[in-house]
Design a protein around this ligand. Structure first.
Ligand code: SF4
Length: 424
């Protein structure tokens, strides 16, 4: 019997990565052999993203690349872009299945029973469980999905349309998967979702997940992925200050440093509230690393408002930022706003903030020179081992021993713009 082969491409966020890992297992159970990303199988699955215009263009490029490598591959476009753009995607060459977020986990059986299909129903609010687990054969850390969807409707964001309303994973189902991931050798789990701080299931809240995970023997680290500023209780910050397993790392999207633009974005906080919160977190958790996301060129962001954002980011206790250039999305309300910013200004602003982020990250790293910090070792690259500290410093060091997936204490020797160097 010929074994069917499948290859996967994942765009976008951590949530997509964790869902692809889960889907790989579903395909294996259906008798498929999984190919590496440089090969193209009988079926090509592209787990899409639609947060920016680039996601769409990149998906098109991926389809073309897959067909170049294997002209007879059948392509399944699944996830957020599939959900939003629906049957228009079936017109792309090679595309046979367009499956939105509600049914993407059933893809292997869909492929078995339909030569071609578009399936993109709306998602409902009910809590959910997940089949199997997302053991990640490519990474030391594994993503653990706890939540999906969002009800916040920020004006620039298509996620509430692409992923539906906020809903939480059954508490016991989360713990069940966590135990399997730990048994498979994952020592760090990253809690993922769209708006994870809104988690609630059977009376359990987000902090309850963390506390329950801390009880799992063999699990050394729990990391929180991006979390909305208004959803983090003070209690979680106090817990982080004393926990031996919860990483001292928060990624809290700010998006703009001015109340005017935050208002246009329909964000749920003022600058004063945001700053008060991160200052409290910074003061409460020694060594905490705080990251953020910023959008530049949002409609209505004048030169003065951008400068205000830049000044805030420079002075605040934020240690690094991911900078996104605003791009108009069909479903987003911001499309109707006046004061669109020219693209050359967006590029210039983006560069200014990226440079600033690099400088701030370097300062954060330099503050740790001389410290002894545990590192979860990920891989061996260019003659050095590399891994992360709990507070998100990527550390490189030499050793002849095989240290993959070990936690070792390193002494930070030097930090420069390219590297943080340490010794055992
Ligand atoms: S909080 Fe805002 S930006 Fe984040 S997913 Fe929800 S709507 Fe989108």
């Amino acid at each position: 019997m010929t074994v069917k082969t499948v290859s996967f491409y994942t765009q976008g966020c951590r949530l997509n990565q964790s869902e692809t890992a889960l889907l790989e297992q579903q395909f294996e159970h259906h008798g498929y052999s999984i190919l590496s990303s440089s090969e193209v199988g009988d079926v090509t699955v592209i787990n899409t993203c639609t947060v920016t215009e680039n996601g769409d263009t990149d998906a098109k490029k991926l389809v073309r690349k897959a067909l170049d490598l294997n002209p007879s591959t059948s392509v399944a476009l699944i996830g957020c872009m599939a959900q939003i753009q629906k049957d228009t995607l079936l017109e792309w060459p090679g595309v046979k299945w367009v499956i939105g977020n509600a049914h993407k986990m059933e893809l292997p059986s869909i492929i078995d029973s339909h030569d071609s299909l578009v399936l993109t129903p709306k998602m409902t609010k009910e809590s959910f469980t997940l089949p199997g687990n997302s053991i990640d054969r490519h990474h030391t850390r594994a993503n653990l999905k706890v939540q999906d969807g969002c009800d916040f409707y920020c004006s620039f964001c298509v996620i509430p349309f692409a992923r539906g309303p906020a809903r939480s994973r059954e508490f016991d189902d989360i713990l069940k998967e966590a135990r399997v991931l730990v048994l498979a050798g994952h020592r760090e789990l990253v809690l993922t979702g769209v708006n994870i701080g809104t988690y609630q299931n059977n009376g359990y809240l987000f902090l309850d997940i963390i506390k329950a995970l801390e009880e799992i023997e063999g699990l050394d680290r729990i990391r929180i992925s991006s979390i909305e500023p208004t959803t983090i209780p003070d209690e979680l910050i106090h817990h982080m200050a004393t926990s031996e397993k919860l990483c001292r790392h928060l990624h809290i999207p700010l998006q703009s440093g001015t109340d005017t633009v935050l208002g246009l974005m329909s964000r749920k906080y003022t600058m004063q509230e945001f700053d008060h919160f991160i200052q409290f977190a910074h003061d409460t958790v020694p060594g905490l690393c705080i990251g953020t996301d910023v959008i530049v060129g949002f409609p209505g962001e004048t030169d003065e408002l951008f400068e205000e954002t830049e000044a805030y980011l420079r002075e605040s206790c934020i240690d690094y930022f991911h900078v996104f250039s605003y791009s108009e999305r069909a479903f987003a309300r911001s499309k109707k706003l006046e004061g669109q910013v020219e693209s050359y200004k967006i590029s210039a602003r983006s560069k200014i903030l990226r440079d600033l982020s690099q400088r701030k990250r370097l300062v954060f790293h330099q503050e740790h020179v001389g410290d002894n910090l545990p590192v979860l070792v990920e891989s061996f690259k260019r003659d050095k081992w590399t891994g992360l500290t709990d507070n998100y410093i990527r550390v490189n060091f030499e050793s002849d021993a095989d240290l993959k997936n070990q936690i070792v204490v390193t002494s930070i020797l030097e930090s420069n713009p390219q590297d943080v160097l340490a010794t055992l």
